[in-house]
Design a protein around this ligand. Structure first.
Ligand code: BMA
Length: 341
């Protein structure tokens, strides 16, 4: 029986490995990482930063960031029986607008997939006179209907909450620039209809008592509803003399008002240490985009892009993650506002 509860659907067959005996942090890696290697499909050089969800009959499905040998990113559907071995579609997702007219972005990357009710919503970084958040709905992962882009450019790392809060949809996002964005905090916005977004609130700022997240932070997987609050994993970026380093951070947001940060770890939960994280197209990147969790056991599987080159998998439990975040929360300071400040 776990101390904290995951308050969402059970996924008893999520991929899993027990923690190693010498576990140091709250998260441990899958021993056969990476699970999707370079050149995984003809014409595709790299798949990384991708999002998966449970699918029918105990299987899994997802939206993957595929980068062509022309180094252009687009999104593809992938399917898996075990969450580890993936079959990637041989063509990009063909997005339509609400009138069935083709609406495909010039580029698309860093997808997240969130189930709300019986529908699945994909958010990603889309081309809209510069990078902005794209939004689409699907019920079957065959037909994808694009909805209005939630925000004007520039914005990245748009991540929906898995249920309405106070009768409204909620999304995390990060205002950015047209390039590699040397700044960035996480904001919350709300909408009654997934079209008009407002009531913008500041949630967390870069820094947070740790240089590993001193440059910018961005939301990661869909927030996990737990008895302690919304468990969020995110990426925090450090600026070094040799470039950016992306680590994985964790925080807990208030269930009823997720603009309120209850706890936020001053230490990273995972940082690039393995060769496949430290070496690749972009070195030193851990970029989490999805989790699977099981309400019964409290197990959590985390999917992350490694070095912008491959997809990797790591594990934690709701107890280990929340206890770590709580025990390493130093002071919330300016983050503990209602965001109006
Ligand atoms: C960000 C995004 C991510 C990428 C990261 C590291 O700005 O482009 O897709 O993983 O940089 O290169």
């Amino acid at each position: 029986m776990s101390k904290y509860q995951v308050l969402s659907e059970s996924t008893p067959n999520l991929p899993w490995q027990d923690a190693p005996k010498n576990l140091q942090g709250p998260i441990w890696r899958y021993s056969n990482n990476p699970i999707i290697e370079r050149n995984p499909v003809p014409g595709i050089a790299r798949i990384f930063n991708s999002a998966v969800v449970p699918w029918h009959d105990g299987g899994f499905i997802g939206v993957f960031r595929a980068e062509t040998t022309a180094t252009l990113p687009h999104l593809r559907v992938g399917r898996s029986a075990d969450g580890i071995n993936w079959t990637i579609a041989d063509r990009p997702i063909d997005f339509k607008d609400e009138n069935e007219k083709s609406w495909n972005p010039y580029y698309a990357y860093d997808p997240r997939v969130t189930k709300i009710g019986e529908s699945y919503y994909v958010t990603w970084c889309t081309e809209f006179h510069g990078p902005a958040i794209g939004l689409a709905r699907t019920d079957n992962f065959v037909n994808f209907t694009r909805l209005e882009n939630p925000f004007i450019p520039f914005n990245r790392n748009g991540v929906l909450f898995p249920r309405k809060i106070d009768g409204e949809y909620a999304i995390l996002s990060r205002a950015s620039d047209n390039g590699h964005t040397p700044f960035g905090d996480i904001f919350l916005s709300r909408s009654k209809d997934l079209v008009y977004w407002g009531k913008h609130r500041h949630v967390m700022e870069r820094g947070g008592s740790g240089w590993w997240q001193g440059l910018k932070i961005g939301a990661g997987p869909t927030p996990i509803e737990t008895s302690e609050g919304w468990l969020v994993f995110y990426h925090g970026v450090c600026n070094t003399c040799n470039g950016y380093v992306y680590s994985l951070g964790g925080a807990i947001l208030d269930l009823e008002n997720p603009a309120i940060v209850k706890y936020r770890s001053r230490n990273y939960l995972l940082t690039p240490e393995m060769p496949y994280e430290e070496v690749g197209f972009v070195p030193n990147v851990i970029f989490p985009c999805a989790t699977l969790q099981d309400a019964k056991t409290g197990r959590i599987a985390i999917y992350y892009g490694a070095a912008d080159s491959t997809v990797a998998l790591a594990f934690t439990t709701v107890d280990l993650a929340i206890d770590f975040i709580k025990s390493t929360t130093e002071s919330i300071g300016r983050d503990q506002t209602d965001g109006k400040g």
